[in-house]
Design a binder for this molecule. Structure first.
Ligand code: ATP
Length: 258
């Protein structure tokens, strides 16, 4: 039996001037999975996630999320997804709780329900003590966590996260991880981008590898890892960096005249 797709990307292209950021990719991301989109810096991950979430218009191609076209039916899609974008912009002069109250009402949830969910999310994400502090005074990890709470408040079917663990300390990372694991265990889908292979390997059961705007591999973690002993090794082979001896030209470094 084929699994239902949470996200279906067909022939997606994006150019910035002469530069091709995303070169006609096809992706089928199964529902109910913890999915990692991995690739080196500049691979096109953010551009792909931006097009998949209705933030950046593709030059060509389509994206369907839970069966609806993102660009033809944006309202229906946006009601079903949560997004934690790169370089998250938040309303800095609101407190964490005010931000959630505002987001919840924007999503059309009744006030009492927003209050209940906000209290639970603030608690689980360890932000209850900082709920009345202004977002502008939040640390990087706290910003990621309040952004995640805002993205989860309306209980989306698919959650897109761009580098959710970047700049986050191990304690906050563990908290975020716990919330995401609970969320996917209930049948929802998480799609997140990262270049930290160990993290993807320990969290994801499905992986897409991207390099230079193209998809180099997609499938279950075991399929993508293949005969390699780790995702890191498989990744280096796939992106063509497996045999590179980094530093071989730096014979002056750490020795010789200073
Ligand atoms: N708005 C833009 N204007 C011009 N070029 C852009 C723009 N956005 C992205 N690019 C280019 O497109 C390519 C893909 O960028 P993208 O941010 O999607 O990569 P990424 O895989 O998310 O990288 P990273 O892991 O470093 O965040 C890069 O070469 C980048 O410089």
């Amino acid at each position: 039996m084929t699994e239902a797709a949470a996200v279906r990307v067909s022939g997606l292209w994006k150019r910035f001037g002469e530069h091709v950021a995303v070169a006609g990719i096809d992706l089928v991301l199964p529902a109910g999975r913890f999915i990692g989109l991995v690739g080196p810096n500049g691979a096109g991950k953010t551009t792909t996630l931006s097009m998949a979430t209705g933030l950046l218009r593709p030059d060509q191609g389509t994206v369907e999320v839970v069966g609806h076209d993102v660009w033809r039916d944006p309202v229906r899609v946006k009601a079903r997804i949560g997004v934690l974008p790169e370089g998250l912009r938040l309303f800095e002069r609101l407190s964490g709780r005010e931000l959630l109250a505002y987001t919840g009402r924007l999503r059309g949830l009744p006030g009492a329900e927003v209050d209940k969910r906000a209290t639970q999310l603030l608690d689980v994400l360890d932000l209850a003590g900082a709920q009345h502090k202004l977002v502008v005074d939040y640390s990087t990890g706290m910003r990621k966590k309040i952004g995640l709470a805002a993205a989860l408040l309306h209980n989306p079917e698919v959650l897109f996260l761009d580098e959710p663990f970047e700049g986050v300390d191990p304690v906050s990372a563990q908290t975020i991880r716990g919330v995401l694991e609970r969320y996917t265990a209930s049948g929802a889908t998480v799609v997140f981008s990262s270049h930290v292979m160990e993290l993807v390997e320990s969290l994801c059961d499905w992986v897409a590898v991207m390099a230079a705007g193209r998809i180099r591999a997609q499938g279950t973690l075991a399929e993508v890892r293949g005969a390699e002993t780790s995702l890191q090794r498989a990744f280096l082979e796939l992106v063509g960096a497996g045999g590179r001896d980094a530093g071989s030209d730096l014979d002056w470094l750490g020795g010789g005249p200073r």
